[in-house]
Write a protein that binds this ligand. Structure first.
Ligand code: ADP
Ligand code: ZN
Ligand code: ZN
Length: 686
């Protein structure tokens, strides 16, 4: 068993026969004092046991005790012995060896590519090595350094960098800058400045979806002489461990990573940068429910280093911190696009209703048509994959629902299946209504597949590509997409929010948003803020080079403040308004909240647990408001009945005090093993 030594004591209340001895201490997982302090803080703040907290941040191979050997990728090179003639005299049945040999003869072969070539690749390699036909060495990615052109900073960028570098020690800064205003450039120049000091390390956090190979390459080409590693979920366990070690040893000086990377041990860390700080993916939604931005803030404070947040649409929390009178954060603005002549796209709303044919308005169809004639590209954005959100019986109004969740089954036409997007349940599509036997079943609403089909009918000559989780799973396919877009092989992209961020397509000049209104119906008080930032990001895709872009947003509510704000590209007024509303309603950032989430197989256990938990919480404090237990919008998930309890306080201290006593109580509660429960501090989802 792998365990955690948190402290050492000379005596114990536990009987010696129940105590285990330490067989071996793994020197690799010893955290330095600042990291230990951070983990302790996180465990206490999120009310998550310290052992589990530590285990959540240790690379999985270390936990499984599978660590040891450091592995790296090899590259195979031909020796003079490997010739066409040599391959030809190999027995014909050695088909796979021939294939590998041909490939190596054509040029050096990376291990990663060899794996994809044939199934028994390692045997083939061994055999060829035995023939003396190849030699292997450690693979080091080569970079095309010649093309690096470092732009001269503009005045806005210069003053941002000056403001951040002039003060030593801890200081939080918020860079509020539209897409394309040169934030990434600022990050890179800040890092350059920091790395001038010997052995400095920089940590850059980005949302998962933004950590594209393009972004990584941009940093790599800018810092050809620095060791850069990335940490994200697409790495294999070995790669992750390897990169983690490079960060921990100080060998790597730039670490780009997603959420979890905030816990990377970095002995020489000198700055933390968080791009798209408003992004919800920085909050972990299960297990240790931490917010990477908030943890980063504490880490920076503990070790007294600067932290920089950047975004076009700050979270209201950060906005508040940057604009309040005592200026908790340095508030820095980049108001203009950095590339000369690049202007902001024109944003229009288009009024739609139930009668809008196929869900795509005439105006949008015309605009796509114009782009096709001008050989420019369009992006149609709909945040729902599949063909249609559900199957509907027009005789009796029955809709297809998941048996394990209280949600609708999504129609997938290409594979002829009904799928639950919450639990993965999947069945063949049916033709007859199970309730009234009528054959009048039809897909209701639209998703990416339907839009793709409609566009194919409307523009038969155009090359249309759908990008969602069903078509595009790997980073590699996103890179391919990039190349195809830039080579003008694609006229129209249809996609989900996967496409909203981080991609830069110079020939894309039109963006159409089909389903913006969904967010307006949401019970979540953060929905308008989320919608605004999504729309802003999507709009940022249009006209990044010198051709002016256009954005069409289809909506039934064109006068909604979200749309008014977005049309003027004005997040400032919008967020001030939202912030005032939050203040009037006493919602965060003007109060502090937590949610107790409860799940049980049997309804009555969950119900009893949550009710008793509420009663006990009431008895603990009169400074904390305990709301009535409710069912979340998806009442049943994967066969579990769900409940939640929202609590709120005006002071963080009061909330934390209550949570401490409450969680101790709940852990000992008799029903606790019949339910799954968790406490979510500073929740962002309801
Ligand atoms: P953001 O991160 O705010 O979206 P980027 O840093 O990616 O912005 O900059 C957008 C584009 O502008 C990039 O192509 C970048 O190379 C370019 N750029 C950034 N700063 C400058 C500058 N000072 N002069 C010219 N081009 C710049
Ligand atoms: Zn029916
Ligand atoms: Zn389901």
């Amino acid at each position: 068993m792998v365990g955690v030594i948190y402290g050492i004591s000379l005596s114990s209340d536990i009987h010696p026969s129940k105590l285990k001895s330490v067989i071996k201490v793994d020197p690799e997982i010893i955290f330095d004092a600042p990291m230990f302090k951070l983990l302790t803080f996180v465990s206490e703040y999120y009310h998550y046991p310290i052992g589990q907290t530590v285990m959540s941040v240790v690379p999985s191979r270390l936990k499984k005790n599978l660590n040891q050997l450091r592995k790296f990728e090899l590259i195979y090179q031909a020796t003079p012995k490997l010739t066409k003639a040599f391959i030809n005299q190999l027995p014909t049945r050695q088909l796979r060896i021939r294939k590998v040999a041909e490939e190596i003869l054509n040029g050096d072969l990376r291990q990663a590519d060899a794996m994809k070539l044939v199934s028994n690749w390692s045997e083939c390699i061994n055999q060829l090595e035995a023939y003396g036909c190849l030699k292997s060495k450690k693979y080091n990615p080569k970079l095309d350094v010649s093309t690096v052109e470092i732009p001269l900073l503009n005045d806005e960028q210069k003053s941002v960098i000056n403001a951040i570098t002039k003060k030593k020690g801890y200081q939080a800064s918020l860079i509020f800058g539209i897409t394309g205003s040169g934030k990434t450039e600022v990050y890179m120049q800040l890092i350059k400045h920091i790395l001038k000091e010997s052995q400095g390390q920089a940590l850059v956090l980005v949302p998962e979806i933004n950590l594209t190979p393009q972004l990584e390459n941009r940093f790599r080409t800018r810092f050809p002489n620095q060791k850069l590693v990335s940490l994200h979920s697409h790495l294999t366990d070995i790669e992750r461990l390897d990169n983690w070690r490079k960060a921990k040893s100080g060998e790597a000086s730039i670490i780009i990573g997603t959420r979890l990377a905030i816990f990377t041990p970095m002995p020489f860390i000198k700055i933390i940068i968080i791009d798209e700080e408003h992004d919800m993916s920085f909050k972990q939604q299960d297990g240790l429910r931490y917010h990477a931005r908030d943890v980063a803030m504490v880490r920076a404070k503990h070790i007294n280093i600067p932290i920089v947040l950047g975004t076009a649409t700050p979270s209201l929390e950060s906005w508040h911190n940057a604009t309040r009178i005592d200026n908790k954060y340095n508030f820095l603005k980049l108001n203009y696009r950095a590339v000369k002549n690049a202007s902001l796209p024109e944003i229009k709303t288009i009024l739609v209703n139930d009668k809008t044919k196929n869900g795509i308005s005439r105006a949008l169809v015309d605009a796509i048509h114009d782009r096709l004639e001008r050989k420019e590209q369009s992006l149609i954005f709909i945040n729902r994959r599949g063909f249609a959100p559900t199957l509907f019986c027009s005789s009796c109004s029955w809709t297809a629902e998941c048996k394990r969740c209280s949600s609708k089954l999504v129609v997938h036409r290409k594979t002829n299946r009904l799928k639950c997007h919450h639990c993965g349940y999947d069945q063949k599509i049916i033709n007859q209504c199970p309730l009234c036997d009528s054959m009048n079943l039809r897909p209701l609403g639209s998703g990416t597949q339907k839009v793709e089909e409609v566009l194919n009918k409307l523009f038969p000559g155009a090359s249309i590509l759908r990008v969602d989780r069903d078509t595009t799973r790997s980073k590699k396919s996103l890179t391919l997409l990039h190349d195809r877009m830039n080579n003008r092989e694609i006229d129209i992209l249809v996609g989900t929010q996967m496409l909203a961020k981080g991609h830069d397509f110079p020939l894309l000049t039109l963006v159409g948003v089909l389903d913006a209104d969904n967010a307006l119906y949401s019970p979540d008080y953060r929905a308008p803020e989320k919608l605004f930032s999504q729309l802003m990001q999507v709009s940022g895709r249009a006209g990044r080079s010198n051709i002016k872009g256009q954005v069409f947003i289809q909506t039934a509510f064109p006068n909604n403040p979200v749309f008014e704000g977005i049309k003027k590209h004005n997040y400032e007024i919008f967020s001030q308004t939202l912030l005032q509303e939050r203040e009037q309603m006493g919602l965060p950032p003007f109060s502090f909240t937590a949610i107790l989430r409860v799940e049980s197989k049997k309804l009555k256990y969950g119900e009893q647990f949550v009710n008793d938990a509420a009663k006990y919480a009431e008895s603990l404090s009169n400074k904390v408001v305990i709301y009535d237990p409710v069912r979340p919008s998806i009442e049943r998930l994967k066969g579990y009945e769900r409940f939640q309890l929202f609590i709120q306080a005006n002071a963080r201290k009061d909330l934390q005090n209550l949570l401490r006593q409450w969680s101790t109580y709940l852990r000992q509660y008799p029903l606790a093993n019949r339910v799954k429960w968790s406490i979510d501090v500073d929740p962002i989802e309801f």
